[in-house]
Design a protein around this ligand. Structure first.
Ligand SMILES: Nc1ncnc2c1ncn2[C@@H]1O[C@H](COP(=O)(O)OP(=O)(O)OP(=O)(O)O)[C@@H](O)[C@H]1O
Length: 239
């Protein structure tokens, strides 16, 4: 299988700060890539560069061989790439179903079809019984699942998940882990930012570690947990 995503020498500067510094790696189709590193390492910035939200200062991002630099989010979505946001902000005064329909409308102009697509994704995240609830009233665990349903409704080939387990209890995190593994079975490639090391080790095929904007290491979960530079910079000896 070929690379679905190629990140080539990507740097992103904010004034004098290199939030990403010469980061390169590739993702094969169908894999789950974990993206880890200390706070401020540049993980979310890299998501922003990949999804076209920020143009990289240097380097390029190729998705299915296409250059993504500076593309509008709507176009990125139609090409088959979707992301979640760390701080989930559903359209609070709209129903759960309508929130997911907003995602589906990136693929169709028909409200009837969008409704069907949205219901299908609500079933995937097991929230079909909440379809008519107001999104603003949901607890955090369900807001996170709603966010996943919304991006799935855009029918992505590549999904970027930014700390979807953040703030969840162990049972809710487990549900998200199963959901991510389910999504992989459907053939969707995923990049996952997560601070929960046990979770990231379980779900990732490969892991990239960022530190101070640079790629510190890349490898299988086993290679990453035994990498001395990663232990020193991030994991600490307890891992
Ligand atoms: N829009 C911006 N303007 C200026 N500096 C920024 C901006 N976005 C991020 N940064 C800085 O870039 C660095 C990397 O931030 P980023 O949010 O990408 O890290 P992160 O690895 O996602 O961190 P966390 O795990 O805390 O979410 C930080 O020093 C941050 O303050």
């Amino acid at each position: 299988m070929g690379a679905i995503l190629e990140i080539k020498h990507v740097s992103k500067f904010f004034g004098g700060l290199a939030a990403n510094a010469d980061v390169s790696f590739e993702m094969a189709e169908g894999m789950i890539m974990g993206l880890i590193g200390p706070n401020g390492a540049g993980k979310t910035t890299l998501f922003n560069c990949i999804t076209g939200y920020y143009p990289p200062s240097r380097g390029e991002v190729l998705f299915k061989g296409m250059r993504m630099n500076g593309l509008e989010p709507n176009r990125v979505c139609r090409l088959g790439m979707a992301r979640t946001w760390q701080k989930v902000r559903p359209l609070a005064k709209m129903s759960v179903l309508d929130n997911v329909m907003v995602g589906a409308l990136c693929r169709t102009n028909s409200l009837t079809i969008a409704r069907e697509m949205a219901l299908e994704q609500l079933r995937v995240v097991r929230m079909e019984s909440k379809a008519d609830f107001l999104a603003g009233g949901l607890p955090i665990g369900e807001r996170k699942k709603l966010e996943v349903a919304r991006v799935l409704a855009t029918k992505p080939e590549l999904l970027l998940l930014d700390e979807v387990m953040g703030g969840l209890n162990p049972a809710e995190s487990e549900e998200i882990i199963q959901l991510i593994l389910d999504i992989r079975k459907r053939g969707v490639t995923q990049m996952v930012i997560e601070h929960d090391m046990k979770a990231i080790m379980r779900i990732s095929d490969r892991i990239v570690v960022l530190n101070s904007g640079e790629k510190l290491a890349e490898g299988s979960p086993e290679e990453i947990v035994t990498n001395q530079a990663v232990i020193d910079a991030y994991l600490g000896s307890e891992h």
